[in-house]
Design a protein around this ligand. Structure first.
Ligand code: AMP
Length: 418
């Protein structure tokens, strides 16, 4: 397998799949350019090696050509980040783009238009009537899969090498994230973003220094089952927090008031507890809860046993005793994985638990432990406290990271590894 570090880019046009799916405000200003910044080292590496770069990305979820979701909105900022001009193609495929790519000289950068303006990128039919029959859906899907082949071939023809650096879409088998790799059997590689992500996740999931503690939070157990199950094979301690824990407490016969609770997951919750015991995993729950009489920062609050939440009250954060317990476990861990806040950290009244976890991870990291933070809201929490550079790795992956941790095969990764 080729690597970006050793590949000779001299005179080569590198097709680089990046994740430029950044948030914009209503004035089309970028409100968080983390993903764009992350792609810069890969782009610069190709240029420094004497190559040129053709950038491909999706942007939002357009249903067709949509000016509001054009990548032209990010062109100027990309030029600032790279410190050089960037040509904007105005389309992803077609004769004009072909000519622009052919004319590209060493050191130049060409940005293609939002790939998802074409249904072929995702390979999903568009414009189907809401009442379309199963047969109509099947025919439409087959049709787009057919035109997708031409789309992939046209994209691939633009470059000499293919670099996938979009970890955030690596769990999708799309044209630019996976299918295109087949055109570059000997010239495909990961960019630095994906290399970094895989190294960090593998450090945690494949060779963890022990003790290994995972902290899983978030609202519902139903969305975290696969991860929890996979983690039970790997971790020494699994701390569960957040809304999902009330399902476990209720399954054990506790009173959870009006906290988030999924009664149809009681059996599953009991199964998880049984399996953890069988595997010798220390499964830790917050035994103390910060309760509120309203889902609001102005609510009245109190602290109680997590099995005895009064009617009309809901658990919105872990209590101080649980904070202290979690802190102690985290500080004694050598490998730490964190996904999901342990309370409604968006409101200051219910953020203490999540802040305690973040603080403890920072302390453990400073003392030499390896910490990986991943999945939407825990990343938001780490950023809220400006701790991103005080932990070992903050994943940009979201869904892709979670699927990788679940042990699933990611099409964007296997297409390169072959
Ligand atoms: P998830 O997307 O499942 O990771 O959930 C993240 C969300 O869970 C955040 O927006 C938190 O505010 C929310 N959350 C965490 N703890 C609780 C709780 N005890 N009750 C309700 N929501 C919670």
């Amino acid at each position: 397998m080729q690597t970006i570090e050793t590949y000779n880019f001299e005179g080569k046009k590198a097709l680089v799949r990046v994740d430029f799916n950044v948030p914009l405000n209503d004035k089309f200003e970028i409100t968080d350019d983390t993903r764009m910044k992350a792609a810069v080292p890969t782009i610069k590496k190709v240029i420094a090696g004497g190559g040129s770069v053709i950038l491909m990305s999706h942007f939002g979820r357009p249903k067709g050509v949509d000016e509001k979701l054009s990548l032209k909105h990010i062109q100027k900022h990309l030029e600032e980040l790279l410190g050089q001009p960037v040509k904007f193609a105005g389309d992803s495929v077609g004769d004009k783009v072909k000519a622009q790519a052919a004319e590209l000289k060493a050191g130049e950068v060409l940005l293609l238009e939002n790939l998802r303006f074409y249904a072929e990128e995702e390979g999903k039919p568009r414009g189907l009537a809401a009442d379309a029959s199963a047969e109509e859906k099947k025919v439409a899907k087959a049709a787009v899969k057919e035109t997708q082949k031409t789309f992939v071939a046209d994209l691939a023809a633009l470059g000499d090498t293919y670099i996938n650096d979009a970890f955030g879409t690596a769990h999708r088998a799309h044209a630019s994230t996976a299918l295109i790799a087949a055109y570059f059997p000997n010239n495909k590689m990961f960019g630095y973003v994906i290399e970094g992500e895989l190294k960090a996740v593998d450090a945690v999931m494949k060779n963890p220094v022990r003790p290994f503690t995972a902290i899983m939070g978030g609202s519902k157990v139903s969305s975290k089952i696969d991860i929890i199950m996979n983690l039970l094979d790997k971790v020494d301690t699994l701390i569960l927090g957040g809304g999902m824990t009330y399902t476990f407490k209720a399954a054990l016969g506790g009173k959870v008031g009006s906290s988030i609770c999924e009664p149809d997951k009681f059996d599953l919750a009991l199964d998880i507890m049984r399996i953890a015991k069988e595997k010798g995993v220390n499964l830790v729950f917050p035994d103390q809860t910060l309760i509120a009489d309203d889902f609001s920062n102005d609510a009245n609050v109190d602290i109680c046993d997590s099995m005895e939440i009064p009617d009309g009250w809901k658990g919105l954060d872990i209590g101080p005793e649980s904070c202290a317990e979690f802190e102690k476990i985290i500080k004694a861990s050598k490998t730490i994985l964190w996904n999901g806040p342990v309370g409604v950290f968006e409101m200051s009244k219910f953020e203490a638990g999540t802040k305690t976890i973040a603080d403890a991870i920072v302390t453990a990291t400073a003392a030499g432990s390896f910490s990986l933070i991943g999945g939407g809201d825990s990343v938001a929490a780490i950023n809220k406290y400006n701790f991103a550079d005080k932990v070992s790795y903050v994943s940009t992956g979201g869904g892709a990271l979670l699927e990788y941790i679940e042990g699933k095969d990611l099409p964007g990764i296997s297409a390169i590894r072959g």
